[in-house]
Design a protein. Structure first.
Length: 403
């Protein structure tokens, strides 16, 4: 059961965020959120209407390509849904709270360093001839033993109540940055560092970091596909905010997944012309993705079921086009869809990847608005995109794109 949240801090943050945009449409949606919450000292209304209102602001900001404001309201919506603790929002958008968190982080790092020194002292007391290899082995052993660690009840112990679950969440949103480091050990080192920074291309560095993040995302998706027990939810988690995997025609993944009362989309993508593209995700482990009932291969029932589901989504989008366009700014008339289902490795019988690809290609030529692909096709095409992007960053290489 959802635990909805609201309060003065969120109201204040929404008020402050309104000053960050000049788009009238975004401001109107923010005003609608403030109306739901009430004025200063009011009841600070919460619940599903507030969550929907915050998500609508995020989506409107996306339509205006204001990614940072959209991300801010996505976090507001996560807090209002009960998925994000207030401390996390304050770390992002409250300077005083962030300073307090930094002080807490510094103390925790210092405490960890002191504990490490104590462990090394104990190692040296027991073995005065201990080497760096011994120290490394010690800490590797500690790392492998974490599953057996517990919290004592003595004066030196630490007791963590359930409410400190938020501390674990904080670490997931925490980025450690070293600032005001000591100067380089020599003038030569300082000169070399200065030369590197002077020659650095900020745009190129940003692109390289983006490539690294995309490689990590693709590796996570590949690992989930390779796990036969992965659920649709696990695959969805790997594809969230990874619209690039589906090709360059999509500018963003929309925040809102529900546009009609009876339709919740897996991944709604926004095309460059403002129209909607729906991605329907199914499991990778589908044994009867294709079948051979009479000599010829054809799609099995799981694929037909998924396509029928996508057809119903598109029909509903068509029928409610005017309402959706007026309320959310997304054009759903003649929207298209991609069904991602199955992987050749899991298909039973002696069926090759090539045969599966040909069967799907034959099927797709007879459908106008829905395309069915496997996770193998999705992974391979995304890998080729990454290879081409990497080659663009290193034009001197002669590597061929990965198949």
């Amino acid at each position: 059961m959802a635990t909805f949240r609201s309060g003065f801090t969120l109201w204040r943050m929404v008020q402050a965020a309104r000053e960050l945009t000049e788009h009238a449409g975004v401001q109107r949606r923010i005003d609608a959120v403030l109306s739901i919450m009430g004025g200063l000292g009011g009841t600070y209304g919460k619940g599903r209407p507030l969550v929907d209102g915050l998500e609508d602001v995020a989506q409107e900001a996306l339509l205006h390509e204001d990614i940072e404001l959209a991300r801010r309201f996505q976090r507001f919506a996560s807090y209002a849904r009960g998925e994000l603790f207030l401390d996390i929002l304050e770390n992002y958008y409250d300077e005083e709270a962030r300073q307090r968190s930094e002080e807490y982080m510094r103390r925790m790092v210092a405490m960890g360093a002191e504990r490490a020194v104590a462990a090394l002292d104990a190692l040296c007391d027991e073995n005065p001839a201990a080497t760096a290899t011994d120290a490394r082995a010690l800490f590797h052993g500690i790392a492998r033993s974490t599953d057996y660690l517990g919290l004592g009840t003595g004066e030196g112990g630490i007791q963590l109540p359930t409410k400190y679950l938020k501390r674990l969440q904080e670490y997931g949103h925490m980025e450690m940055v070293l600032r005001n480091l000591p100067r380089p050990a020599s003038a030569e080192a300082a000169r070399m560092m200065g030369d590197v920074l002077a020659d650095a291309d900020a745009g190129l560095l940003a692109q390289l970091l983006e490539l690294k993040a995309r490689r990590a995302g693709l590796a996570a998706l590949r690992a989930a596909v390779d796990d036969p027990g992965s659920s649709e939810s696990a695959l969805h988690a790997c594809l969230r905010s990874q619209e690039w995997i589906f090709g360059g025609a999509y500018v963003a993944e929309l925040t809102r997944r529900q546009y009609t009362p009876d339709t919740i989309l897996d991944i709604p993508l926004l095309r460059g012309d403002g129209s909607l593209h729906v991605v329907e995700l199914k499991r990778a482990n589908i044994k009867d993705l294709v079948i051979r009932p009479s000599g010829h291969l054809m799609l099995g029932s799981p694929a037909h079921h998924a396509v029928s589901q996508a057809q119903n989504y598109l029909r509903t989008m068509d029928e409610n086009r005017q309402t959706i366009l007026a309320q959310y700014g997304v054009d759903t008339r003649r929207a298209s869809a991609t069904v991602v289902i199955g992987h050749p490795r899991y298909v039973k019988g002696s069926v090759t990847s090539q045969e599966i690809a040909e069967t799907l290609r034959t099927y797709n030529t007879h459908t106008a608005r829905i395309e069915v692909i496997t996770y193998e096709t999705l992974l391979d095409s995304a890998a080729r995109m990454l290879a081409l992007s990497s080659a663009a960053q290193n034009p001197g290489t002669n590597e061929e794109p990965a198949a």
